[in-house]
Design a protein around this ligand. Sequence first.
Ligand SMILES: Cc1cc2nc3c(=O)[nH]c(=O)nc-3n(C[C@H](O)[C@H](O)[C@H](O)COP(=O)(O)O)c2cc1C
Length: 311
Amino acid sequence: MRYLCAPIQGFTDYVWRRAHASLFGGVERYYSPFLRIERGEMRKRDLADVNPVNNAGLTLVPQIIGCPPEQAQRLVLALRDMGYSEVDINMGCPYPPMALHHKGSGLIPHPAEVEALFSCLAGIDGVSYSIKMRLGWDEPRQWREIVPLFDILRPTQVTIHPRVGKQQYKGDLVMDEMDAAVELIRYPLVYNGDVTSLDAAVAIERRYPSLSAIMIGRGLVQNPAMLCPDKATPAAYRALHDEIYADYEARMNGGDKQLVIKMKALWEMYLPFAPKKQLKAVKKASNLDRYNAAVSALFAEMEGGLIGNEE
Ligand SMILES: Cc1cc2nc3c(=O)[nH]c(=O)nc-3n(C[C@H](O)[C@H](O)[C@H](O)COP(=O)(O)O)c2cc1C
């Protein structure tokens, strides 16, 4: 099976991607968190995130938010200028301020707007598209209405996270609609959602033998060795942490407080199976010295072989 790394805004930025690709791997392509126009401008940090120089050593497909055609066109042209020939269109973002403006998953119930977007993007030379979508915004059959529009764009793949936007990232997966999508969508299909182990990936592959790939997000942030169990060592987990730390430290230029905030954000998802007591100490660290001491204690405990055995 081909495995793709899903974008997780705030986690899978270029620093994480580079560290992941060099220390773990197992992923064929990485997808960037979505680029967007904010107050009429492209955000500098979005552009830095997809800058090819910052993504050396991995294959990146940049993603834009599904949005009004003129905004999407600007984003795609900027990406084409950077040398990208494939762009992923986000029709999955569940964040209400986006969705209520018919962006991300909020675009799905509006076929006329989807048609306008696809027609505009299909007219740009030299770029092909993939689509990453939910089943709908508030009803899991909404995707069906836009399937005929795929022919305008002829996507290289369609990734489905079988939930509706209103569910955010939890609640039951609507697998009978995924079953229907596998039957009805005539473009290479990718499954995404709640795959947090190799066994879970194999179960999806068995259920859908025709899949083109499986895309994994949170599972890889939680355990970057998920796809390469032979690399699941405390030393490798520490090395990924240290690469991220070093990069943020250099960029923050002495801003210790910011560095602690940024690193603690990683631990909101990283290594949930780490020893509980030490993990708690990392998350509570109030300054850089305490943070560093807590992280060292955590990895020492893991090295001691107590992974997940703490009460
Ligand atoms: C904090 C967070 C940020 C996310 N950011 C993006 C994003 O920028 N673009 C996108 O397509 N999906 C984004 N997602 C959704 C994931 O890519 C993925 O579709 C979803 O988490 C389900 O897959 P998983 O269970 O493997 O994580 C985000 C998810 C989370 C939890």
